[in-house]
Design a protein around this ligand. Structure first.
Ligand code: ADP
Length: 851
């Protein structure tokens, strides 16, 4: 079901996303598509205009180039015709006479022409021709070099049309031939040399026409330049005014007018209608079924009159440059445009798609976040509304802006009665100042808890804990406080009741203890009487065996009863905290020895072996409560014997560690950690009962063993050990026996003599640590010290802490020997200051020094 719901939710989300995407993408895509379509249409319409404009530009540039070229040639012609050497030759010489002067001028002139042509490289020939058409000088191009013709290579050009035209020229006039192919000895020179002839007559000083200067310009440059032009796939033609191809569709159709068989190879043959229209205007564009034709007619001779009076040319010598854009090319251009805009549109759509995708994604995420936010808001609202604690928001003006129903219930008002009320209204005046202080702390970002009483409806009051948390907005500005209020009235009530119950219980316990104590006392008095008289009667020799046995039973029962009463008394005292530890100087060895003696007898009576294993380094004198220590050990030993049918019971005392304690005012400065262990090979205790046995009145009754006691021994022992800051531990296994042990930290007053080594070590330690305290350094001091015997006596007294005796002995020493007074006074001073440690160290040093 959950999976199905998830799937459905996922599907709805997917559909919603697709819709959002479509909503963004479709209109944007349509707008962009429409925009590019309009632009495309406009571009198609303007394509023709644009092409024509471009072509016209090209044509103008080309016409310009041609004109500039012609102008340059005319300038060159003018320059060469005014040459000094030429002038000399025509004024002073005679071409037909081969005298030295003529020859020299001729050679110079040839040289000049060669240099000139070499520099320009555009001229095929530079010639001087006499009036009869005979070439006088001829400089011509072979490869890149200019050579001059020998006399026998000179031709007669009289019949050439351009020479005939030249004959008509007056001073300062030139003739420019149409663009045609160069003829050599009457035949078209191969490879074709497109040439324009420039001819100028040269007159002498007397005004007689003497020679002609002829320049053959190689027009291949002009044609090559046309080839270089980029006409956006259009074709560029060069036609002469008569319509012959100079640069055309096919190479073989070019220069038709130069050949007899080529007289019909004309432009109009291919483009008849167009030709008519081209002829009508010098420059322009026409559009026909054949495409667009842009053309420009260039008149070679009509320009540049600045250098010559007049320029003549052959009729119809103009050339026409035509750029032809065929319908196929136009279509290709339109297609190119379409492709271009289609691609741009595609890219734009792709970008729109990506943007729409991003927007959809962001919107989807936003919706998802909003949904999650709503869900989490609903969740938290539910939590707040069903919370068992009162929750409210208090604004900066201390007004409640939000509260949950629980708070209203807690205070006994409706929600409307709480909202917009000052929070302080609900706090009883005693707590107002503290609460306001806590509110101020919140301003600094601190969280606070406070126990106080709140005013409720009908003048009722409740105890509450208020937790205050400051609220900050994202910019870190303080907005108010979130308060959580827990009603603790019930807890208060319970605590009160508990307190009362405790007091009652304590009173009852006291009464009980008092009762037990009284009753025990009352019981013990007659019992002691019974036991005393039993002892007396037992000594009577007239009693028979049976009577003796009965008396023994009475005695044993009496003793057991006394133990029981004592145990009860001890427990009641412990419970009433009436037992206090009263440590004093205790002879540990003595205590243990007496315990061992008692236990040994008991063990023997039961046929058990008793082992006593004291640590060889046990201290002799300790500072402890002997009565309590005895009671604990006796209890454990009695149990050991009681619950061991056969085998042995062991008492072991170990020194675990010893350390110096830093208490300068105390006489005792060593603390020993002793472990007391009572081990038996008895019936053992099951693992699950090993804790229980320390509870009052617990008896395990294993193996139906009938034992004395009522199950209080271990309880009392444990409580007593607890009073000594320790605890009894147990390890046991059934049928194998039990080990009970506890550790005690006890202060040492004196050690056994055998333990002198330890004492010395400890003294050494003390000496090292207190070295800085001791005043006079004996090594350096010149103070006299008593003999070895005397020092040892003093040292023993100091060690035992017998300060009075020590003081007295020192008084006596200084009376007997005044030289020892400084030494004695030094120690007496330390005695007065109770600096026992320093005394001992000092005396120890004296001992070492004497040795
Ligand atoms: P009791 O007066 O019965 O000896 P205790 O408090 O001294 O009471 O002991 C509680 C119970 O713990 C005993 O009744 C006994 O069952 C068990 N117990 C105590 N010491 C030993 C021991 N050394 N071996 C086996 N059981 C023991």
């Amino acid at each position: 079901m959950k999976i199905w719901l998830n799937y459905k939710y996922y599907n709805i989300r997917r559909r919603l996303s697709a819709l959002t995407f479509a909503l963004f993408f479709t209109p944007m895509s349509l707008i962009v598509g429409l925009y590019f379509f309009i632009i495309y249409q406009a571009k198609v319409k303007s394509l023709e205009v644009e092409l024509k404009f471009n072509n016209n530009l090209i044509l103008t540039r080309e016409a310009d180039f041609i004109e500039k070229t012609i102008e340059k040639i005319i300038q060159d012609l003018s320059f060469l015709s005014k040459e000094n050497e030429l002038k000399t030759l025509i004024n002073e010489g005679d071409f037909n006479q081969k005298n030295i002067l003529n020859q020299e001028s001729k050679i110079n002139l040839i040289q000049n022409y060669q240099n000139f042509a070499q520099e320009n490289q555009n001229y095929d020939q530079i010639r001087l021709i006499d009036l009869q058409g005979k070439e006088i000088i001829k400089v011509y191009k072979i490869g890149n070099i200019y050579l001059s013709s020998f006399d026998n290579q000179l031709d007669n050009q009289f019949k050439r049309y351009w020479f005939q035209e030249g004959l008509k020229l007056e001073q300062n006039e030139i003739f420019i031939s149409p663009l045609d192919l160069n003829l050599k000895r009457g035949k078209v020179e191969v490879p074709f040399k497109p040439t324009i002839h420039f001819l100028s007559p040269i007159f002498n000083k007397k005004g007689q026409k003497k020679v002609f200067l002829v320049i053959n310009y190689l027009a291949q440059d002009l044609i090559d330049n046309l080839n270089k032009i980029n006409t956006s796939q259009g074709k560029i033609f060069l036609i002469n005014e008569e319509g012959f191809w100079l640069k055309g569709l096919n190479k073989k159709d070019e220069w038709g007018f130069m050949f007899l068989e080529g007289q019909d190879r004309k432009f109009e043959k291919v483009f008849a209608t167009e030709w008519q229209q081209i002829l009508e205007q010098k420059k322009g564009n026409i559009k026909t079924d054949q495409g667009i034709f842009s053309f420009n007619q260039i008149d070679l001779s009509s320009q540049h009159l600045s250098l010559f009076n007049s320029i003549y040319s052959w009729p119809n010598d103009n050339i026409i440059i035509v750029i032809w854009m065929s319908p196929e090319i136009l279509k290709a251009q339109v297609k190119l445009l379409f492709n271009h805009y289609f691609l741009v549109n595609l890219i734009c759509n792709l970008i729109i798609g990506i943007i729409s995708g991003i927007i959809t994604f962001i919107k989807g995420e936003k919706k998802e976040i909003q949904l999650q936010l709503k869900q989490s808001e609903a969740k938290y609202r539910q939590i707040i509304e069903t919370a068992e604690e009162g929750i409210c928001i208090i604004n900066k003006e201390d007004l409640i802006t939000f509260a949950n129903p629980k708070l209203a219930t807690m205070l006994g008002y409706s929600l409307n009665q709480i909202i917009d009320q000052s929070f302080f209204k609900f706090v009883i005046p005693n707590y107002l100042n503290v609460l306001k202080a806590k509110f101020t702390d919140c301003l600094c970002g601190e969280k606070n808890n406070l126990e106080l009483q709140l005013n409720c409806d009908n003048n009722e009051r409740i105890w509450a804990i208020i937790s205050l948390s400051p609220i900050f907005n994202l910019r870190g500005n303080y907005q108010g406080i979130l308060a959580m209020i827990t009603d603790i009235s019930h807890r208060y009530q319970s605590e009160k009741e508990l307190q009362q119950a405790k007091q009652i219980a304590e009173k009852a316990s006291q009464v009980k203890s008092q009762f037990i104590s009284n009753i025990s006392h009352e019981l013990r008095t007659p019992l002691n009487g019974i036991l005393g008289y039993t002892q007396l009667i037992k000594n009577d020799s007239n009693l028979n065996q049976e009577q003796q046995q009965a008396l023994n039973i009475i005695n044993n029962c009496g003793i057991n009863l006394l133990d029981l009463i004592n145990d009860l008394l001890s427990l009641s005292k412990l419970d009433a905290d009436k037992i206090k530890i009263e440590p004093s100087e205790l002879n540990l060895i003595q205590l243990l020895t007496s315990l061992v003696k008692i236990t040994e007898i008991k063990a023997q009576n039961q046929g058990l072996k008793f082992n006593y294993l004291p640590d060889p380094y046990l201290p002799i004198m300790i500072y402890a409560d002997g009565k309590i220590l005895r009671q604990i050990l006796l209890n454990l030993l009695s149990n050991g014997i009681k619950f061991t049918p056969q085998g042995e019971v062991t008492l072991k005392i170990e020194v675990l560690s010893s350390r110096l304690i830093s208490n300068p005012n105390s006489l005792i400065n060593v603390e020993v950690n002793l472990r007391f262990t009572v081990q038996d090979t008895g019936i053992g205790i099951p693992f699950n009962a090993q804790k229980k046995i320390f509870l009052p009145f617990t008896q395990l009754n294993q193996n139906n063993s009938l034992t004395e006691g009522i199950g209080l021994g271990l309880t009392i022992a444990q409580k007593l050990v607890n009073l000594l800051d320790s605890e009894i531990n147990v390890e046991s296994s059934i049928g194998k026996g039990s080990i009970f042990w506890f550790d005690l930290k006890l202060c040492v007053i004196n050690w056994y003599n055998d333990h002198q080594i330890i004492v010395n070590n400890l003294e050494q330690l003390a000496q090292e640590s207190l070295e800085k305290i001791i005043n006079p350094n004996l090594e350096q001091s010149k103070m006299m010290i008593p003999d070895q015997e005397m020092v040892k006596t003093l040292y023993d007294l100091a060690k035992k802490g017998l300060l009075d005796e020590l003081n007295q002995t020192l008084e006596e020493i200084q009376i007997n020997n005044s030289q020892l007074t400084p030494f004695c006074q030094e120690i007496i001073l330390l005695i007065k200051q109770f600096k026992l440690k320093q005394i001992r160290i000092l005396l120890n040093q004296c001992l070492c020094k004497n040795y």
